[in-house]
Design a protein. Structure first.
Length: 399
């Protein structure tokens, strides 16, 4: 116990745990939307197709928040910015289940997305600044926290799916947890910054700045990956219910199962990231995702195989984001502005494909979900190849 207490007194450990709590809340708040789409549609008297606009509004806000964070974290104390953004996100979360009309709901989602964009940018950037070249396993741990939150959220919804109005209490509870996380980070001292530590000597020259060819390819990589992740996690509930493959409660558990597999995959990737380079890990993960989606296409009317595919997709998706982000910044100096540009891919990815799925599902039917996710994953593989080439070209030019 004394050893654990001593460890928790170390500033890097306290910071890391604080960032993990922030991203845990981000996972909770992101994954709650999918299973509550029907309830929110009824609340605002909107169509299911209109619900796709919620993803668009949230991601648009996150895009602006990511850009804003790129300016704030290079200029202000990171923990103050993070804490205030998280507390505001919690308050907005508590307002969502009481929005009387779609326009109010879209406004709340956009405002919350703004706060989430700041939080996501800050947690990723400050974690890199805290651990520098040793960040890889910590980055996987950060995104494991997101998966854990995303797994727990649908479970909470499933407990009251047949109780009118129960979803409101889920949003209120998540809002309170989010506010507490913001207060915790707000009170943490010693915000890290982008300046590398001084070691002295000629061999201690800091790594050069990250080139924008790598930044742009990394943003494209995250765009296609996050689009596939959020689209599948957000719409698989509707997919299963509309095709008669699951009742609403079972579909909520299916969503939770996807995020559980995602969480387990993130947990496994933490020790693996200390031993396996990002390149082979991403290659294997993307191959597994494509095969899982192919399984749904071949056995489209099988509920058991939908479960298997959802679990396989969640597990294989888990290491893609943190490994890709780590690959982009390895050996380079990451500024908050460069991080913001990379994370724009995250924001736009969470905006475009989930919205597009809503429009296409209403027009041609729920089966389109699998095709759109599969195409996004294949495009992600191409962006991965582009990222590798951009990195290689950048290091060749520096020699």
């Amino acid at each position: 116990m004394n050893k654990i207490a001593g460890l928790l007194r170390q500033a890097p450990v306290r910071r890391t745990l604080g960032y993990y709590w922030l991203i845990l809340c981000l996972g909770l708040n992101t994954a709650v939307l999918g299973p509550t789409l029907p309830a929110l549609a009824a609340q605002t008297r909107s169509s299911l197709g209109d619900m796709g606009l919620l993803f668009l509004a949230g991601a648009l806000g996150a895009t602006l928040g990511t850009l804003l964070g790129g300016r704030l974290f290079d200029r202000l104390r990171g923990h103050v910015v993070l804490g205030l953004a998280q507390a505001a996100a919690g308050l907005l979360m508590m307002c969502i289940p009481f929005a009387p009309a779609l326009v109010w709901l879209l406004g709340l989602l956009a405002a919350k997305g703004l706060m989430d964009g700041i939080t996501n940018n800050g947690a990723n950037t400050l974690l890199v600044w805290t651990h520098r070249e040793k960040v890889s396993p910590y980055m996987n741990g950060l995104h494991f926290s997101f998966g854990l939150g995303a797994f727990l959220s649908p479970l909470l919804v499933a407990q009251g799916v047949d109780i009118p109005g129960a979803y409101r209490w889920v949003y209120i509870g998540l809002g309170i947890v989010t506010i507490l996380a913001g207060v915790r980070v707000l009170t943490m001292a010693g915000s890290p910054n982008s300046a590398p530590p001084e070691h002295g000597g000629a061999a201690a020259a800091p790594p050069r700045s990250i080139p924008y060819s790598v930044v742009l390819m990394a943003a494209l990589f995250l765009f296609f990956y996050v689009g596939a992740e959020i689209a599948f996690g957000g719409w698989v509930f509707t997919y299963a219910v509309e095709l008669g493959l699951a009742a609403p409660a079972q579909a909520a558990y299916l969503t939770s199962g996807f995020w559980l597999a995602f969480t387990v995959g993130r947990l496994f990737s933490v020790p693996l990231a200390a031993r396996i380079a990002p390149r082979p890990m991403i290659t294997a993960a993307l191959l597994g995702c494509v095969l899982s989606m192919g399984l749904v296409l071949v056995f489209a009317d099988s509920a058991p195989l939908l479960w298997i595919a959802a679990l396989g997709t969640g597990f294989c998706m888990a290491p893609v984001y943190p490994s890709g982000f780590t690959l982009a910044v390895q050996g380079l100096t990451l500024t908050a502005r460069a991080s913001a540009v990379i994370l724009l891919g995250d924001s736009f990815g969470g905006m475009v494909l989930p919205w597009l799925v809503g429009q296409v599902l209403e027009a041609v039917g729920p089966r389109a979900l699998v095709y759109l996710v599969l195409v996004s994953l294949l495009c992600d593989a191409l962006a991965f190849v582009g990222l590798l080439r951009a990195r290689a070209a950048s290091f060749r030019s520096s020699n």
